[in-house]
Structures are given as structure tokens and as C-alpha cells.
Design a protein around this ligand. Structure first.
Ligand code: PLP
Length: 385
């Protein structure tokens, strides 16, 4: 899927360094191996986007913090090793989780969700995620069968059961179903379910280090007049088909447009671009992503000028730099758009700065809530076998 120009960029720039070792793509050390090494060494992991020169250019190095636990926590039971789920009031191993065929969450995509990450044993902005979930539920006129305190503790338990330090957790409300023979939405009993998996990236660190390739689709994102983009929903067929378009065009991901032709967002991320020296991110018709929110806060703190407004495809194509924001990866550089390099084709300085600050601050406990690693209390319902 990688294009010649793209794989060339990854080979010449994909040097992996830590104070203990300098690794190149040729010796096949993976980021996962580096994370494991870092459990004991407490050293940050750096992937260079470009070489540092003597002239004052800021280094374009992407830095991920090392994890600090000497020994990662263990799964409460081996069957939870791959992840855990919570369905209809019971926990089970992720592979065993099922939803009823007649749930309108499945038959009508009538559902909302929230994706939460934990890194190095701490959730990021958990309270904000739970509040956004509550907002989505309200806008969809759903009623949660679980209290919010209970959902909060379920989220913790989903990370405790598999013993993850770095986790991806999704909490989901579905419409449920009305009695058989009825199509009356008001008779549906809404259902809550959730699952955890190891932390998942929109693009793995080694791809982030050289930047992603993006396709700007002519496809229109389901408009806000039809579906509220501030609800984190599963109306994703536009994204899915857009992704196939992107793959056909030799790109790794896609952004869709609005009815006026402006750029909106992509499958699981918001977008920012440096246009004539200031960052622009689409202001309407998009989810107020948690990482987008975080990036806006970072920009304010770091004195980086940013506006929420309109972003035309031509502006994006000729941007000084561009990046995606997502819970599944943080701040992710884009270096190729519609087969044309952004600037010199390496992650831009603002992107690298924001990326590094995002992870540095997370490691320092910013917006963090530590996972309460503990055994599940006796009597807790865990479905067996
Ligand atoms: N936009 C859409 C449509 C999404 O689905 C997501 C995340 O899944 C985002 C943006 C990014 O949001 P966040 O930063 O909260 O992960």
C-alpha cells in the first residue's frame, strides 16, 4: 500500500533512538520491543522525523514517554489477557462478547460511544469522556440503564481485568429493541456495553515518525443537518468507503468534506493544518474530539496561534504542516496529501512540538486518573467460561 516516495521517506528517516541504543529499521526492533525495554529503563522513546542540523531549526523528533512500572500488572484471570467486555451486566473475555441481533444499535446504527485511553496506568480525561458520553446519550434521547458512577467503575475494571497499562476502552449505548412486532422507538430499553483492548493506534509510532499519507475525498461527511456530529456515533459508511478510495489512491487515510466542499474530519480523528503561520482546524460539522480539545489547550499554553474555522482542500494541500488528533495516537503528523509532499515531507515543527508536549504532559499526570488496579471484589458478576 505504501508508495515508492513514502516508503523511501520511512527508510531514510525512521531511525529509532534511546539513550541506551540507536536502532535502525534494518535491525527490525519494533516499538513494542522498545516499550518493553523502557519498562525497566525509564527512558523516553524518540523516533526522528528528520536529522537535527546546527542551524536553529527546532528538531522534528517525535518523543513518546517511557512507561514507569517495573513490572506490568497481571491479568486477574488468564482468559482476560486479550481484553475484557461488559455486556448486559456481566464481564467476559473480549472474544466472548456478543450483542443481540435485534438490537437497533446493530440494525439501525442507533448507538453512541466514547473511546477512552489509558497510558502507563492512567486514564486520560476520563471525567470529560464520561461527560461527553452523557451529552451524546441526552442528544439521542436515550436513558442509561447504568448510573454514571457505575460506568466509571466499569471502565476501571475493564482495564484491571486484563491488567493493561496501555489500553483502549470503548463504552457504548445502543437503542436496544422494542417488543417484537412494534417499531415504536419509545418502547426500546437502551442497553449499555463496553470493552477494553490493548492501546490501539490510528497509525503506529514508526508510521507517525515519517508522517501519514492522506487523501482528501470529494465524499461528503454525513451533514450535521442529518446527524449531530457532536454525538460520537457509528454512522461511518461514508468514512469506510472514503478509506477504500484512499487505499485505491495509495494513501493511508482520508478526510471528508462538508456540503460546501470544506474539509471536515476523518475516520476517528480531527485535523489541523498550519496555514500561513497559524493553525486552523474545522470549526463546524465535526466532533469536538477530546484530543482536539487538548490540542487547543496546548496551543493556548504554548503560545501557538490557532483558529477554529473553515479549511479549504486547496489550503490543506498547500499547508506548511498538518496533523491529525485522536485518542488512538495523540497528535499524528501528515506529510503527504493526495500524493504531494507537505513542505519538505517531514513532520512539521509545530506538529512535533505539540506531539511531544501531549505525551510529556500525559506522562506527568496531566488530566490523568490512575487506574485502580485491584482484584475484582468477591461476589462481582464475572461470567464464567
Ligand atoms: N472525529 C470522529 C468522527 C471520531 O470518531 C473521533 C474519534 O473516534 C474523533 C474525531 C477524534 O476524537 P477524540 O480525540 O476524542 O478521539
Amino acid at each position: 500500500m505504501l508508495q515508492a516516495g513514502f516508503s523511501r521517506a520511512s527508510v531514510c528517516r525512521g531511525r529509532i533512538r534511546s539513550p541506551q541504543c540507536t536502532l535502525t529499521p534494518e535491525n527490525h526492533c519494533t516499538f513494542r520491543q522498545l516499550i518493553l525495554q523502557s519498562f525497566c529503563k525509564k527512558s523516553p522513546i524518540e523516533l526522528k522525523g528528520t536529522e537535527m542540523t546546527k542551524d536553529a531549526q527546532p528538531p522534528r523528533t517525535l518523543v513518546w514517554p517511557a512507561t514507569h512500572a517495573k513490572f506490568p500488572p497481571q491479568p486477574v484471570e488468564q482468559r482476560f489477557t486479550a481484553g475484557a467486555a461488559y455486556v448486559d451486566g456481566e464481564f467476559c473475555p473480549i472474544e466472548e462478547a456478543r450483542i443481540p441481533l435485534l438490537d437497533w444499535g446493530f440494525l439501525r446504527s442507533d448507538a453512541c460511544q466514547e473511546t477512552i485511553s489509558a497510558w502507563d496506568g492512567s486514564f486520560f480525561r476520563l471525567q470529560d469522556h464520561l461527560e461527553r458520553f452523557q451529552r451524546s446519550i441526552g442528544r439521542l434521547r436515550m436513558t442509561s440503564p447504568e448510573s454514571f458512577d457505575r460506568i466509571h467503575s466499569i471502565v476501571h475494571e475493564l482495564v484491571v481485568l486484563p491488567g493493561f497499562r496501555n489500553a483502549y476502552v470503548q463504552i457504548i449505548m445502543t437503542r436496544g429493541r422494542p417488543p417484537i412486532g412494534s417499531r415504536d422507538l419509545r418502547l426500546c430499553k437502551n442497553r449499555f456495553q463496553a470493552f477494553s483492548m490493548p492501546y490501539m493506534w490510528v497509525a503506529p509510532p514508526e508510521v507517525q515518525a515519517r508522517g501519514m499519507s492522506l487523501h482528501i475525498s470529494t465524499r461528503v461527511r454525513v451533514p450535521p443537518q442529518s446527524v449531530d456530529p457532536m454525538v460520537k456515533h457509528y454512522h461511518w459508511l461514508d468514512f469506510q468507503m472514503g478509506l477504500f478510495e484512499a487505499y485505491d489512491a495509495g494513501a493511508e487515510t482520508v478526510v471528508l468534506r462538508d456540503l460546501d466542499g470544506h474539509v471536515t474530519e476523518g475516520p476517528g480523528f480531527n485535523i489541523f493544518a498550519d496555514i500561513e503561520g497559524r493553525l486552523v482546524t474545522p470549526g463546524h460539522g465535526v466532533l469536538d474530539g477530546m484530543t482536539r480539545r487538548t490540542t487547543l489547550e496546548l496551543c493556548r499554553d504554548l503560545g501557538i496561534e490557532v483558529v477554529e474555522g473553515k479549511l479549504a482542500p486547496e489550503q490543506l494541500r498547500s499547508a506548511n504542516e498538518a496533523f491529525l488528533t485522536t485518542t488512538a495516537g495523540g497528535v499524528i503528523p501528515v506529510t503527504l496529501i493526495d500524493n504531494v509532499k507537505i513542505a519538505d515531507g517531514t513532520p512539521g515543527p509545530k506538529t512535533a512540538h505539540l506531539h511531544t508536549e501531549y505525551w510529556k504532559r500525559r506522562a506527568a499526570g496531566w488530566h490523568a486518573e490512575p487506574v485502580v488496579y485491584r482484584q475484582v471484589p468477591e461476589g462481582e458478576k464475572i461470567r464464567t467460561g
